[in-house]
Design a protein around this ligand. Sequence first.
Ligand code: F3S
Length: 288
Amino acid sequence: MEVKLAKSAGFCFGVKRAVETVYEQIEKQKASDKKLPIFTYGPIIHNEQVVKDLEEKGVRVLNGRKELEAVREGIVVIRSHGIGKEICQLIEEKGLVCVDATCPFVKRIHNIVEQESTKGKQILIIGNAGHPEVEGIKGWCAVPAIVVESEEDIKKLKEDTGKEVCIVSQTTFNYNKFQYLVEILKKSGYNGSVVNTICNATEERQTEAREIASEADVMIVIGGAHSSNTRKLYEICSKECAQTCFIQSLADLELELSESVRLVGITAGASTPNNIIREVQSYVRNEF
Ligand code: F3S
């Protein structure tokens, strides 16, 4: 039996950078006289193990604006998802140190929507309403943005089609679905510019997962229960491989492999640390 691990499994560039930023800040503060407390605005990644390890090192998670308002001093690290302009301003007004680890690909979207909405365009975001990245993007629009995730959402739109739009996407959105929804928007009369802001890391990971799952008898998708990019990987793999399982770590894996199983595929979401992936990989290799 062969075990095939996706090359693109695990931390993407932006997540790796954000996590490393927090660990760097811990070291810096250890060495400094001030020893400022360190906070992250929201969990730095969708991975309980990493968040717990940081907590043990004294890093506190701020869950929303209210908790940020209560902070008197310290360093606030912004995670790769980014935040809205208002939160940036609040950090500044409070005199806190802002260490911005927003992924440059997300920052690019902030810049686009800020510029285009200032020019008077209606911003349309294709993504999951309520996802922190989408909330952050909305927070850079000069006028309220519209978020659509499905054909039904587009049907419900009451926006005037005469207004020029600028369509962007959440970085982790499914590329085929994005193209499909753009077509529907155009057919519904919305005209303007379309900027494909889906991150390459996501596209690569989704394409590779689809390829492996189409050959595999069993497919394992590793990632946090709240990670939207992992859930999408699971969706993609399930379509190709009937026996696809979604686990957070090796502890969740309940695998029964019949003799006929020839290939087990493994992939993982952007917030899955390498050690968890390696653990699952060696378990499947050695136990079966
Ligand atoms: Fe950035 Fe892409 Fe990762 S947008 S956070 S490199 S999935």
